[in-house]
Write a protein that binds this ligand. Structure first.
Ligand code: DGT
Ligand code: CA
Ligand code: CA
Length: 571
């Protein structure tokens, strides 16, 4: 459905005309039409085909022509021309509180400001205060406005959106007007960051469902409310879109709104080649336009000659081609991890005792856990000296005797020094069941140095795994610019597992790296790096990343049973 596309373009045309100083009633016509179309109950494409556009309130002949053009070509020549006259970033400035079209136009004409960065700099340099209608106070307000905008226009980390989405779903499930319900969009695909949360419901009473939707306790404000689509902003500034469809279209709509857009484009072209038409209402026969299927996703993929494709890999990275020859990987399941090998205890900077962690892990169904505390030179994280390692091994032995059907491994997250040597001698490393090596300092290195540093660590025969290989912290620290081909080759040669660290701001390795490494025959460990018991649940995000990287059970060390893993670790 192109209603949103039409509305978006019309809104932007209105803003641009404002910036150009157009007369009031003209911009108002665009904006009103955009608002009407956004919440229209009908598909704008159908309205256009049946020549009923001018029946939409506020749409005259000229506007109808433009809407028709957007529907048919997905663009508007008039808009493209405007873009050449008015720099696009000026539109974004309109979202900064204190800045309306007249002021933005004045900034552009008098100071040549056309980007947010230039605006920020001009405020810092005090260049706005002397302009007519501006002042020192406004400079400060604009600076604050830019900050807020950057914060709210940023994407949320997966775990925040995941929790918001789950909570919203349990609320919506309580409505007896809702038939079927699902998360869609990037959240269903489990991307590492989420732009907005998409929820899909089927119902015979869409108005009532929307009414119920906007009454949720965490709604900050309602952006738009219609009977097919309603958008709200949560108190934590995340946007949530709810779409309500008829139950017979639920599968088609779920497929459409799960995306990715690139995946959908490919799906639609396959549909056309096979004599169908695919949209969010269903799969239709191209000739007769009869509904073929659409109640669930599986039947759509099947009709198109494809095996069912899991949401996490719908990114147009080859999954459709592979599905057409029944060669899809059998992705690792969310319940197939048998133990976490990177958990911190109160022996270093973790919160809980080893025994508490072990009992908790046993309770959640694990067969083993690896307590991998920090090494000696990480003083702030209470890294373990040689003496304390001996004591820790002792304690773990005692706990293992106490617990039946569960094993605690004594691991370490050994620091890799800038020259690639390790923080413990081989004599000490030998004592551990499981050595994970990772970088925790000296992050300013060029690509060559950082790559060599990690490769050298992998060549140590006691190092079984590299923790969070690129060391990124999303929103805070850029990843190392590593030569991934050399890293993956060395990992394979030295039989070193690469970690998929499940901590929400790490997710390191990321999905693309994982897929690439798997193609080179690399094996992985999925860990949480937990520092308390709650962190152990982050494993779901590491598994999601593994699935997005096409991993199967056999690619991952800690899907193995205790017997297999003891063999691999030589214990
Ligand atoms: P996000 O929100 O930026 O993290 O990413 P998505 O994938 O959730 O994107 P969103 O919320 O804009 O749209 C949800 C899904 O709806 C998207 O994954 C695919 C579908 N969709 C949205 N716009 C289009 C479009 O213009 N064409 C097609 N084919 N699909 C679209
Ligand atoms: Ca989304
Ligand atoms: Ca959305």
């Amino acid at each position: 459905m192109k209603n949103q596309l039409v509305a978006d373009i019309l809104y932007q045309v209105a803003d641009m005309l404002d910036l150009k100083g157009e007369i009031f009633f003209k911009t108002r016509a665009y904006r009103q039409a955009a608002q009407t179309i956004e919440v229209l109950d009908e598909d704008i494409e159908v309205v256009s085909q049946e020549n009923r556009l001018q029946k939409i309130p506020g749409v005259g002949e000229a506007l109808a022509k433009k809407i028709k053009e957007i529907v048919e070509t997905e663009r508007l020549v008039y808009f493209e021309k405007l873009k050449q006259e008015v720099p696009e970033e000026l539109l974004k400035m309109l979202n900064i509180s204190g800045l309306g079209p007249r002021r933005v136009a004045a900034l552009y004409q008098n100071l040549g400001i056309k980007t947010i960065d230039e605006l920020r700099q001009a405020c810092i340099d005090g260049k706005l205060r002397n302009l007519d209608g501006f002042g020192e106070l406004l400079e400060l307000n604009i600076l604050r406005g830019i900050q807020v905008m950057e914060k709210t226009s940023g994407r949320a980390l997966l775990h925040i959106a995941f929790e918001d989405g789950e909570n919203y779903l349990s609320y919506l499930k309580k409505s007896d007007k809702v038939k079927r319900l699902s998360i869609a969009g990037s959240l269903r695909r489990r991307k590492e960051t989420i732009g907005d949360i998409d929820i899909l419901a089927s119902s015979d009473f869409p108005e009532e469902v929307m009414e119920y939707f906007v009454k949720y306790r965490d709604v900050q404000r309602v952006l738009l409310k219609g009977s097919t689509k309603t958008s709200i902003v949560l108190k934590d500034n995340l946007q949530v879109d709810l779409r309500v469809v008829k139950d017979e279209s639920f599968g088609a709509a779920l497929q459409y709104f799960t995306g990715s857009k690139e995946h959908n484009v490919k799906m639609r072209s396959i549909a056309i080649k096979k004599g169908f038409k695919l949209n969010e209402y269903g799969l239709f026969d191209k000739q007769s336009e009869h509904y073929v299927v659409g109640k669930n996703e599986e039947e759509i993929y099947k009709k198109l000659g494809l095996d069912y494709i899991e949401p996490e890999i719908r990114e147009n990275r080859g999954e459709i081609e592979v599905a057409s020859i029944s060669k899809l990987p059998r992705l690792i399941g969310y319940n197939e991890i048998k133990g976490d090998l990177h958990v911190h205890s109160n022996w270093s900077d973790g919160l809980e005792s080893i025994e508490t962690i072990a009992r908790f892990c046993k309770k959640i169904g694990y067969e083993y856990v690896g307590i991998s505390d920090h090494s000696q030179s990480l003083k702030i994280a209470r890294g373990l000296s040689e003496k304390r390692i001996i004591k820790k091994i002792d304690e773990i032995e005692k706990i293992n005797k106490k617990l039946s059907d569960f094993t605690v491994f004594c691991g370490t997250e050994c620091d890799i020094k800038p020259d690639g040597t390790l923080d413990y001698s081989d004599k000490i490393l030998e004592k551990f069941d499981f050595v994970c090596a990772g970088i925790h300092s000296s992050f300013k290195m060029n690509s060559e140095e950082a790559t060599n540093r990690i490769m050298k660590a992998m060549e140590n025969k006691y190092v079984k795994c590299i923790a969070h290989p690129t060391c990124r912290l999303m929103g805070r620290r850029e990843p190392f610019d590593l030569d991934m081909v050399r890293i993956f080759d060395t990992a394979k040669e030295t039989n070193t597992y690469l970690e998929i660290n499940s901590f929400p701001d790490r997710l390191d390795l990321n999905d693309l790296h994982v897929k690439h490494a798997k193609e080179k025959g690399v094996k992985f460990v999925i860990d949480t790096d937990a520092h308390n018991l709650h962190h152990l649940s982050f494993i779901r995000f590491g598994i999601a990343t593994a699935r997005r990287g096409w991993l199967e059970k056999k690619d991952i060390l800690n899907t193995k049973s205790i017997i297999e893993i003891e063999k691999i670790l030589g214990k």
